[in-house]
Design a protein around this ligand. Sequence first.
Ligand code: SF4
Length: 165
Amino acid sequence: MNITATHINYFHVCIRKLWLFSNGIQMEHNSQAVSEGKLIGDSTYLDRPEKYTELLIDNVKIDYYDAKNKVVHEVKKSNKVEQAHEAQVKYYLYVLLCNGVEGATGIIEYPTLRHTTLVILTSEDIIEIQTWEKEILNIIKQTTIPPTINKPVCKKCSYYEFCYV
Ligand code: SF4
């Protein structure tokens, strides 16, 4: 199976979420956070389609890629799971590298917080990402659902009702 940036993100948020998503239980369309995030993407950067390219590479979709400067732009609503956002963008940079684009960087933008985070890909990251990929495949193959994590992030998760109600 193809690992996408969503798998990488969920792996860093919650492996139960990763498992549910990967095994066909998808509730993302019900998530208010996702729709709000989409609105941020749609309304904050209306001129983006002219400046940046949407890239589909190895089944990984990068919404905003500045090809001239080799910069991936990722827009997020909240930085509560910033580590997962960074992992996701590092994965974009890794996929770009695997396809011959060297030296790309990433910028995570939090418009509502007026905050940006620069992301670079190091040689250590590359080794780590290959480990993530193996771990993700192992988690997905498990025959039982990983346990709930009972963390604040659960309240914003689209699987909240599935997990707790
Ligand atoms: S609600 Fe919590 S435990 Fe359930 S999938 Fe989401 S993050 Fe994981």
